[in-house]
Design a binder for this molecule. Structure first.
Ligand SMILES: [Zn+2]
Length: 397
């Protein structure tokens, strides 16, 4: 059961969102009511009306259960813990929030990492950008939320261990915009973050990721390039590939786009490690984005114009048909021709059991990095162009 304080916050959010909906054509989304555990009314995910301090302090950081960056002192950096969903012990999953509030008003950009728990370069990218910001010379605000799926991060694993029927592993990047009355803690955590932290403070947002454990990717961005405001940001990154697709419905950028906030996914190499060289490309691109929005002054760094960028609207997954050791015949970023052999697989006797070819011409964006594979594992993703884009493609962002 929610406690009294949470109830009152929920009611207040409901009220302010209802007022906003009545007063304007604001794109207020009704959180999905399909999994409504207590028969309570679904929370309406409207902009939070203000910052709510719980009164708690953890490791010197004040705790908030709702945040409006407009309430914060300008020209400073602020650090909070946001109170997320409760654990089975009754304690909360807190997530780390850093706000660089400019001395002058302006656009608000939100940087997110840790939606998956094994993607360390995404966290370091956001931290590096935040550490370079000087709020006294900024016009606008940058908010960073670096450890969204806390329980996944604690185990450095992709998915959230949920105590439902024994431990289920839930991919938090299929949950957005979440549901504060949802049937899992993961869904509720997503709903709380979306309604009270991310959406109310974003004029634009970037969700940073990497490949996943056992599967490495190149440096690229995933974005619907037919959206001009999103395209303008993506083109400011000096990285060599763009996957022009909306991919899964439940990813965070799609939930933000659906409420009118331009957003995209950045992909920064392999999971579990810091790829400092690749991180620097995304730091440079993100600083460009902050200049593009007028938050920072000064000339742009390198952009997509300074590198060769392959933009493709589709991703071909090449799936293993057998078990065995996989040897790749191509490298990340290689161009491949239709029909080109990309991998060979051998059984425990060293006999070749499968050879894998690309059916399309394109570029290699991802390769399985764990050499052992069972049938059904993606061995490679090939970016390529179809005549017409199919959104919702299967891609393990
Ligand atoms: Zn990810």
């Amino acid at each position: 059961m929610p406690d009294k304080q949470e109830e009152s916050v929920a009611r207040r959010d409901f009220l302010s969102a209802s007022i906003a909906a009545a007063g304007a054509s604001a794109a207020v989304t009704i959180a999905a009511g399909t999994a409504n555990a207590q028969g309570a009314p679904a929370i309406v995910g409207g902009p939070a009306s203000g910052t709510v301090f719980t009164g708690d302090t953890i490791q010197g950081k004040r705790v908030v259960s709702a945040l409006n960056v407009n309430d914060l002192e300008p020209g400073q950096k602020h650090r909070f813990y946001f109170q997320g969903v409760q654990m089975p012990t009754g304690q909360h999953w807190y997530v780390s929030v850093t706000v660089a509030k400019g001395a002058r008003p302006g656009k608000r950009v939100v940087l997110v990492s840790g939606v998956h728990g094994d993607e360390m370069s995404s966290i370091h990218t956001v931290q590096t950008v935040m550490n370079q910001l000087d709020p006294t010379v900024m016009s606008g605000t940058v908010m960073a939320v670096t450890d969204v799926a806390r329980p996944a991060l604690e185990g450095m694993q992709r998915r959230w261990p949920n105590a439902g029927r024994g431990v289920d592993l839930i991919d938090m990047n299929r949950e957005w915009p979440g549901n504060e009355r949802g049937a899992t803690a993961t869904s509720r955590h997503a709903g709380q973050l979306f309604n009270r932290l991310l959406r109310p403070n974003a004029d634009a947002a970037i969700d940073f990721h990497t490949g996943t454990t056992g599967f490495s990717v190149t440096a690229f961005n995933i974005a619907p390039m037919d959206e001009p405001e999103i395209r303008a940001m993506v083109e400011l990154y000096p990285v060599g590939q763009v996957f022009n697709n909306r991919i899964y419905p439940g990813v965070l950028p799609n939930a933000l786009i659906d409420v009118g906030i331009p957003a995209f996914t950045a992909e920064i190499g392999a999971a579990r490690v810091l790829d400092i060289e690749m991180i620097s490309l995304f730091v440079e691109g993100t600083m460009n984005v902050l200049k593009h929005h007028g938050i920072l002054a000064g000339p742009l760094g390198r952009t997509g114009k300074d590198v060769s960028v392959f933009i493709a609207n589709s991703a071909l997954p090449i799936l293993a048909t057998h078990g065995g050791l996989v040897e790749h015949l191509v490298k990340l970023n290689d161009k491949v021709a239709a029909g080109q052999k990309v991998a060979v697989q051998r059984n425990s006797f060293g006999e070749v059991v499968a050879e894998y070819s690309s059916s399309v011409a394109g570029e290699v964006a991802g390769l399985r990095s764990d050499a052992m594979s069972e049938p059904g594992n993606p061995l490679a993703f090939i970016l390529f162009n179809k005549a017409t884009r199919d959104d919702g493609e299967a891609y393990s962002e």
